[in-house]
Structures are given as C-alpha cells and as structure tokens.
Write a new protein. Structure first.
Length: 570
C-alpha cells in the first residue's frame, strides 16, 4: 500500500516512506485530485474582507505578531475553502520563498489544489496538524514546516477558517504547535465575544437545558439553531417548528414533532418582553417498540432507517450455496468489492478455516519460494486455500501453479477447498492463460461493485456507534447515488473521515470536494463526461487561470464558470 502513495519524485523506494498514516492518506487524496507534485498551482479564491473571521482574527494576530519578531515564522489565515485571506512575515528569506511558491493572499491552499500542506490538510481532517518538509506532496513546498489548526465558531461549531504558523525547515521549532493552538483559542474567544448577544443568549439557555436532560434538546429562533446529537438525528423542520411556536408557545407541549417523539418541555427565551427564541426538549413515547427505535437512533447517530434487505447478506447466502456444491471456485469483481471477505465468511460458516496466499507477493518472496508455499498449502492444508489476486502472476508462474493444482488430490469432498480471486478487468480482458482458468469450474462467482449495492454502503455508514455524526437527508441521497469507484476501500476511508468530523451532523457542504466531484462524474452522459475532462485538463494546463482556460477552450469566462459550477469542478 505504501508504494502506491509514494509515486512522487525522490520517494520511489517504499522503504523510504515510513511516514504517518495521516500523511499517507493525504498523499492519496492529493493524487486522486490530480495534483502535480512538481508544480504548485495558483488558483484564485474568493477574498472578502467582510468575513467575520478576518474582522475578528486579524487584530488578534497582528498584536501577537510583534512577539514573533525574530522567530523566522510566517502567520497565514485562510477561509473555510482554503483561500488565503491574510499573511504576516518576519523573515525576509521566508517571505521570498513563499512568494516564489505562489503563497499569496487570494490563492487557494486546499489539498485538491496544492496537495498535502498545513492549511489544506487541516481543512480535510478538521483537526490540528503539522506537516514537516518532505511530508508535503509538492516538491516545491518541501522547504517549509507548517503547523495549522481549524478555527471553529464557539456557538455553531462550524470551521470558520484555518490558522497556520509556517517556517523554513531549518528554522522549525517545537514551540510552533503550542503557539498555534494558543492563537487559535484566542481567536475563538474573540469570535465568542463578537457573537451577537442573541447568539450567546441562545447558547447559554441551550447548555443549561442540556445539562438537565439526556433527551433531544434544540434551541431555535428565527436565525439560530443549536441542537444536541439526538435532536439533530430527528431531522426537524426548524423553520416550521419555530413558526408554530411563535403562534402558540404553550400549545406545543405534547405535540409530536417526529415519529413517536413528543415535546415535553418548551422554555421561551425573552428579551425586552418579546419572545426571541425557545428551548425545546422532546422525548420518545413510552411504547416499547418506539423506545427501542429511539435508543437505536441515538446509538447509531443516523437520520434514516437501515435498509430492510441488504444485498451483502444475500450475496453471502448465494456464495454458501455454491461453496457447498463445488471444491473449486473463481471469484471475480472490481478491486475492493470484498471478494476475500466473502470467501472468508464462507469458510467460517463451513468451519473449515481460511488460508490465503497473495499472488502479488511472488517478487517479494521469490518465485521458487512462493511456489513451495503454494504446493504445501494445496497438498497439506485442511482449510480453504485462497489464491488472492490471481492476475498478479506472470504466464510462467501461472503454468507452474496450474501444474500444482492439477496434481492435487481433489478427493470426494464436494465442499469448497480451493478458491481464487480475480479482478473484473483481468477476467474480461482474458489476461490469464487457459491452463490456469481450466483448473476452476466454468461458472464463476461475481461480486458486484458497491455502486450496485448502495444499500450496503448506506448501512455501513449509518450503523455507527456513539460519537459518530448523523447524516443529513441530502447526504444520504448523495451516498445512494455515489459511484464508489474505490468500492469498500473508499467506503472505509469515507467512514474514517466521518469519525474525525467534530460536528453532530454532516451536511452536503461538509463533504470533501473530491468525493462530490466523483458523484458528479458518476452521473454524466458520454458527452458531458468528455466536456468535464476537457475543462479539467485545460485548467490543469493553465495552472487554474480561468481567463487563459476559457480562451483555450474557445468559450467565454461566464460560460466556463457556469460549466465549472454545473460539473462541481474546483
């Protein structure tokens, strides 16, 4: 796996890539976004000095910068999309290096533009991170060490920007990270101070009620909504609820606001004698069935019920039926669909045990050693023997393995004894010689891709434990439409991303840009897909310059922007 992430200049040797998992994941995201490791793109972002983060953070950072004089550092502040809003430099050498790398106010530093870097990776992971020299995806950024942290609004908990402390590698200090976190806390304190009196009043009432109960709690007004995880999972229509409460605040008690959920407490919030907000507590009805469903929703943190009949259990049932009536089987499917997982489940059900030998390890072990292992397993193992990635063998090794299988005693047991997995591409392209395919029955077992089993994807993401965020209805629909080109591997990466989000609910705007782009690509016609590719290629060729891209494509800039919005191209 490491080798796949290390396809970068000066990092060809997998042994040299002993880096942190979060950096490996960031490199993978950068590669999938099409970032060029040899060139830092300059993509324009939206700079608006009316942003609350700039009004609040810049005075704090400016006053602090005086204490950093002589520390050879730079302070960078970005918007939630990675657009650089403000920069302060002390060291002339550092300033010149940053300028040469296109780190200007107004440029976007998100991972999908420049690859692994402090600001972009902190945005993607939603937590503080330090990127040291060679951990940057781009060769041009390896002169720098960057510590960065998201800045969250203390009332809404949304990421309002990212702060980074940057230095040259040779000037990096262990004090960078503590300094960064202190500055981020100072800015968040100021954001709380800048919050409107109404926002703070609503937060205070919400926290007071939340301490008194473990039920669903939501504080709402015309322009503020604050909810705990249970209330968020109920998917309430806050506007309709607020309108109803405004009309008759006391009549809301006992009203069902979600299936099986009744309002038990309604505390009005007044200012100057006027109703300006309300804190509502809702609980499940005492029905055993509903109470059980409530406990499950609270445990799962999900907005939608699990599908009643999922494809994966049916697939395993079909595989068990075949495994009971054959001694050999070829399992085919796209990479990451769960071929080996299915075979392992079949072995466990038959209580045979499971032994696996990976065909891609031939080079690592050596051909003769690998064939010895294969022969020993085939001739002596009492368990199910699985040859994973059969298409990883060359022609001569395929023939040698076929000879081993040909001499194996098949006995009278009709239960599955030997199986192999093969990618769908290799099977369709006829990559393997007949001599090895003839060792298996002509009827193969195919594991369909995840895009044809979206209920499995949804169930895996919804069926979570405590602390996992809920999914908004729009996100659920997007999951069901997503093509999942990486199948279960991509699904697991997405689930880990969910677990790192420090928010009660994930909405569409929270989703990674690359993931949303894949969703768009999965539903384009052939003509639209070609248009998407042409625009994306032209943007890469012209380093994100939209005027030059529009000229090269022969369209107006307004048409280019419209197409970019339509295809979610960033």
């Amino acid at each position: 796996m490491i080798d796949a992430y290390c396809d970068r200049p000066a990092e060809k040797d997998p042994g040299s890539c002993m880096v942190r998992n979060e950096i490996l994941e960031s490199w993978r995201r950068s590669k999938l976004s099409g970032v060029d490791p040899d060139h830092v793109r300059s993509v324009e972002g939206d700079v608006s000095l009316d942003r609350r983060i700039t009004r609040t953070a810049i005075p704090v950072l400016t006053s602090t910068a005086e204490a950093l004089v002589g520390a050879n550092t730079s302070l960078l502040l970005s918007a939630p999309d990675g657009t650089l809003l403000w920069r302060w430099d002390d060291d002339g050498r550092l300033k010149k290096r940053l300028d040469r790398r296109n780190v200007f106010i107004g440029t976007r530093m998100s991972e999908d533009v420049v690859g692994t870097n402090g600001i972009g990776t902190a945005l993607e992971t939603a937590r503080a991170v330090t990127i040291n020299g060679v951990e940057h995806f781009s060769e041009a950024l390896r002169d720098f060490t960057c510590a960065a942290s998201p800045i969250r609004h203390p009332v809404t908990n949304r990421v309002t920007g990212v702060l980074s402390v940057t230095s040259l590698v040779e000037d990096a200090s262990p004090l960078m990270a503590p300094t960064l976190l202190r500055l981020a806390r100072d800015i968040q304190d100021e954001l709380y101070g800048e919050s409107t009196m109404h926002e703070r009043q609503m937060l205070r009432h919400f926290l007071a009620e939340r301490r008194r109960t473990r039920s669903a709690v939501v504080a709402l007004s015309a322009d503020v909504v604050i909810a705990n995880a249970i209330a968020t999972a109920m998917d309430l229509d806050h506007s309709a609820l607020w309108q109803r409460i405004q009309d008759a605040p006391h009549d809301i008690i006992g009203v069902e606001i979600a299936p099986g959920t009744l309002v038990t407490v309604c505390r009005p919030v007044h200012r100057g004698g006027n109703l300006v907000g309300v804190v509502v507590v809702a609980e499940q009805t005492p029905s055993v069935e509903v109470a059980g469903a409530s406990a499950k929703r609270a445990r799962d943190g999900a907005r939608v019920p699990l599908p009643r009949e999922r494809p994966w259990p049916r697939l395993l049932s079909d595989l068990r039926a075949i495994a009971n009536n054959t001694d050999r089987l070829l399992v085919v499917g796209e990479d990451g669909v769960g071929k080996r997982t299915a075979l392992r489940a079949a072995a466990n059900d038959s209580e045979r045990g499971y032994r696996e030998i990976d065909c891609v390890t031939v080079e690592e072990i050596g051909r003769e050693g690998w064939l010895c292992q294969a022969r020993a397993l085939v001739e002596h193992s009492e368990e199910l023997v699985v040859f994973a990635h059969l298409d990883g063998l060359d022609q001569s090794t395929c023939r040698a393995l076929a000879a081993i299988l040909d001499r194996a005693d098949r006995g009278t047991d009709s239960n599955l004894q030997i199986a192999a997995t093969l990618s769908a591409t290799a099977h369709q392209g006829g990559a393997l010689p007949r001599v090895i395919l003839d060792q298996f029955p002509p009827h193969i077992f195919e594991v369909p891709p995840l895009r044809k089993r979206t209920d499995d994807a949804l169930a895996r993401l919804v069926d979570q434990g405590l602390g996992m965020p809920a999914l908004s209805r729009e996100v659920v629909q997007m999951i069901q439409r997503h093509p999942w080109p990486g199948n279960h591997r991509q699904l697991e990466a997405f689930r880990r991303w969910m677990a790192r989000q420090g928010r009660p609910t994930i909405v569409a705007s929270d989703l990674p840009i690359l993931w949303r782009n894949e969703l768009t690509r999965g539903h384009l016609t052939t003509m639209q897909s070609a248009e998407y590719d042409a625009i994306a290629a032209a943007l890469r060729e012209h380093a994100g310059n939209k005027a030059a891209t529009a000229t090269a494509l022969g369209i107006s800039r307004s048409s280019l922007y419209r197409k970019m919005r339509e295809y979610c191209i960033r």
